[in-house]
Every structure is written in structure tokens, then in C-alpha cells.
Design a protein around this ligand. Structure first.
Ligand code: LLP
Length: 432
């Protein structure tokens, strides 16, 4: 992926930096991001819209990986930013993100989070439910402040992905039901309110999706609804946000299409419906997370103990696990990995990579064909850039690893490793 290659020492190199050296300098586990690849992905989305001549905003779904540095990078790339909590919003403000390019999501935003959004005068709030709509009406009256909103709808699409990351089906905790009239009720309430400006609609059908069918169908269903709203209420949205969810290749069994192809097919459908239903072409917004940062991230680990279960399997343990990558335990997610300090050594073993957490389920990769490895070798696991650090935790009181950005032969520490002192800094004594 990206700038990854094998150098003359037979080591893995990313962004012109030898990762074995990085592991030595910063310790492991360590997340390494290929900045050039993130830029390439960001530009790819933007250029596709430009090529199609469609007004658009590409918002980085920051839940995939949020930190001041990645926000600064996305800001430089001219992307908008989707945040889903006060914490992500706070990080965005810290990173100096242009407020008007911040979009606020979430199915249970608290009143204080909404106040924070209004006080920072962010670009847009994606309203998810009636409680939020009421609270926002109350708060905007109090602040006497206008705010642009999108109404999040569930279009009733079953995308093919893991059940836990499906979000567009009717029976979902997110959004207003499109078919049953909730979305319509929300639209009318918002239109009647003094300070809310309904920019348009939002939907997100799920994550790690490999086909365009679901997106195309969602766009079609929404456009049909818009056509009836135009007739009944004279309402024409200026924005249609079709969410994120574009799949990436974690292993060679995955077969995603190019990011540009998702965009092209979505646009083709929207244009077709605009023409067919005689609507105005809305601005199209998307919110990719994984497809911007997923394959740009690699996690480095040091190999430790191993265990042979005769005639069954060999376990090789590494110095991280479900604390820095919970996806295998949570979603049965699959990854590929190599021994980064001896890349060209022949693959002559099948081992299962175990994490170091006290839990049998803490297995990073089952039955991985790999070069024979032992204590001290560096294992590089690919495609850990999305939902890796952002879902990292301190289970077993493991400190969260550092994050490094690499580009043009230079490495930059962008999140430092947690220390033991960090781990106890919120703890207060019981007996003093
Ligand atoms: N927009 C909305 C409203 C979302 O809920 C999400 C993801 C995205 C955009 C970005 O989706 P992406 O392009 O990254 O697929 N933790 C899970 C993924 C959860 C996705 C939640 N929402 C995982 O590790 O696979």
C-alpha cells in the first residue's frame, strides 16, 4: 500500500522511513501512518467530484482516527470534518479546524454538546431525533442564533456488512424513519422553527461496504421522497449527504472497488433521479472515514513468547493486542502481517498471532502464513489506520501506544505513548 516498500536491509520501509528503526526509537506497539497515502486518498475523492462537475464536500469521519495532527492534515487537504461527540469537537477546535467545515453527528447528543456546537458556531448539525430537534429549537431561541442542519434519515437499506456496523436499515437506532413519516414530521417542525435552516438530508447505510448498490438505492429512495416533498411543501434541499462506508482491502480476500467508483455511481444515480423527477441538483456531501486513513496505518509489534500446541497450532505472542486493535475480537476482522525486519525470508510457517491481554479472545490473526519468527522480531500488521487507535483502550492497564506520521523520509511523533503515570492520573486515593 502507498509508499510501503522493502529497503536494502530487507526491512519494511514506509514514507521513506525504516520501520524497524522506528520500533527501536519509539518502542512498540507503534502506529505508523503513511501521510502521502492519506493525501492521495483525500485528493482522490475531491478530484472525482471536480471531474464530474458536482458541487461537493468531502468530510473526514473523524471517529476512524481523531487527533490534533490528523485534523490538521485534513484541514490542509481542504476536507470538512464529521465529529460525533464533544470530545471530537474539542479536538477539532484545538486543531484550529475551520468551524464552518465541522459537521456534528450523533444519536444522543447531550444538551451541553449542542451548546458547545452553537457556541463554536460550527457549520452544521446533523439532527438525528425528535429530542435533539426540540433541544436545538430551545437552544437556538435562547442564543438567538441560526444554525444549518441536516435531517438524518434511515432509508431502509440493508447493506452487506457486519451486523454491528449496519446503520441504514429501518430497525436502526439512528435517524428518522423515511418511509413511515418521521422524517417528514421532523422536516416540517424544523422548517417552522425560527432559527433552524434545513440544508437537506443525511443518510449513512453502513461501513466497510464493497458494493455500490446500497448507496445507489439509498439515493434513489431519498430522491423519490424529495420529489413528493417538493410537490407538497415546495421543499428543495440544497444538500444531500450520503455518508461514508466505502470498503477497503484488509486482506487479499477483500475485493473493494476504487473509491472514485463509489462516487461516480452515486452521482450517476442522483443525476438520473434529478432529471427523471425534475428536481434541482443538490450539493453532494460524503463522509468517508476508513477509506481515507485505513490502509495508511500500520501497527508495529515486537514478538515475544510462543507456544506450540502439538498437532494443532503455534501461537506467537506480541506486545499489544485487543487494547490497540479491538476489531478482530469485536468484528472477527481479518488482517495481514509480515515480519518487518526480514521481509524476504521465505514464508515457511503458519502461526496464530496472540495479543497480551488476559483474555482467550485476544487473538489478532489466526493461522497467518509467515516467515519463521522469534522473540525480538518486529511484526507489522497492515491496514490498522481506521478504528485502531480510536478504539484503543487501557484493558489490563496497558498504556496506549504512540502514533507516528511518516513522509519523505521523516518521522514525526504525533501522539506520545501513554506512561504508567498517565494511567493513574485520574485515580484518587480511597484511604488517605
Ligand atoms: N458517517 C456516519 C454517520 C457514520 O456513522 C460513519 C461510521 C461514517 C460516516 C464513516 O464510515 P466509514 O467510511 O469509516 O466506513 N468501528 C467499526 C466501524 C464503525 C463505523 C461507524 N460509523 C469498525 O471498526 O469497523
Amino acid at each position: 500500500y502507498g509508499t510501503a516498500k522493502i529497503n536494502e536491509k530487507d526491512h519494511l520501509e514506509i514514507g521513506g522511513v525504516d520501520v524497524v528503526e522506528l520500533a527501536k526509537e519509539y518502542g512498540t506497539p507503534l502506529y505508523v501512518y503513511d501521510v502521502a497515502l492519506i493525501k492521495e486518498r483525500a485528493r482522490g475523492f475531491k478530484q472525482t467530484f471536480e471531474k464530474l462537475g458536482v458541487q461537493a464536500q468531502v468530510a473526514y469521519a473523524s471517529k476512524a482516527f481523531s487527533s490534533v495532527a490528523i485534523f490538521e492534515l485534513m484541514k490542509m487537504e481542504g476536507l470538512s470534518l464529521d465529529v460525533v461527540s464533544g470530545g471530537e469537537l474539542y479536538t477539532a477546535i484545538k486543531a484550529g479546524y475551520p468551524r464552518e467545515r465541522i459537521h456534528f453527528h450523533g444519536n444522543n447528543k447531550s444538551e451541553s454538546e449542542l451548546r458547545m456546537a452553537l457556541e463554536h458556531e460550527i457549520g452544521c448539525i446533523v439532527v438525528d431525533n425528535f429530542l435533539e430537534l426540540h433541544t436545538l429549537m430551545k437552544l437556538t431561541e435562547e442564543y438567538k442564533q441560526n444554525i444549518d442542519i441536516l435531517i438524518r434519515v434511515t432509508p431502509g437499506i440493508e447493506a452487506h456488512t457486519h451486523d454491528y456496523i449496519l446503520t441504514g436499515q429501518e430497525d436502526s437506532k439512528f435517524g428518522f424513519d423515511l418511509a413511515g413519516g418521521q422524517a417528514e414530521e421532523a422536516l416540517l417542525m424544523a422548517k417552522d422553527s425560527r432559527y433552524l435552516n434545513v440544508l437537506g438530508l443525511h443518510c449513512h447505510i453502513g461501513s466497510q461496504i464493497f458494493e455500490t448498490t446500497g448507496f445507489v438505492l439509498a439515493a434513489k429512495k431519498i430522491m423519490e421522497k424529495l420529489s413528493s416533498w417538493k410537490e407538497q411543501y415546495g421543499y428543495s434541499p440544497s444538500v444531500l449527504n450520503l455518508g461514508g462506508g466505502f470498503g477497503i482491502r484488509y486482506t487479499e480476500d477483500d475485493d473493494p472497488i476504487e473509491p472514485a467508483q463509489y462516487v461516480e455511481e452515486i452521482i450517476r444515480e442522483v443525476k438520473k433521479q434529478v432529471e427523471h423527477l425534475n428536481l434541482t441538483m443538490p450539493e453532494i456531501w460524503i463522509e468517508p472515514g476508513r477509506s481515507l486513513v485505513g490502509d495508511a496505518g500500520t501497527t508495529l509489534y515486537t514478538v515475544g513468547s510462543s507456544k506450540e500446541v502439538p498437532n494443532i497450532r503455534k501461537y506467537l505472542a506480541i506486545d499489544g493486542g485487543m487494547s490497540d486493535n479491538i476489531r478482530p475480537a469485536l468484528y472477527d476482522a481479518k488482517y495481514e502481517a509480515v515480519i518487518a525486519n526480514r521481509i524476504n525470508q521465505p514464508i515457511n510457517e503458519t502461526v496464530s498471532i496472540a495479543g497480551k491481554c488476559c483474555e482467550s479472545g485476544d487473538m489478532l490473526i489466526w493461522d497467518l502464513p509467515i516467515a519463521e519468527a522469534s522473540e525480538g522480531d518486529i511484526l507489522a500488521v497492515f491496514c490498522t489506520g481506521a478504528y485502531g487507535y480510536s478504539m484503543a483502550n487501557n484493558y489490563n492497564r496497558l498504556p496506549r501506544p504512540a502514533v507516528i506520521f511518516v513522509e519523505n523520509g521523516e518521522a514525526k511523533l504525533v501522539i506520545r505513548k501513554e506512561t504508567y503515570e498517565d494511567l493513574v492520573k485520574l485515580d484518587l486515593p480511597y484511604n488517605n
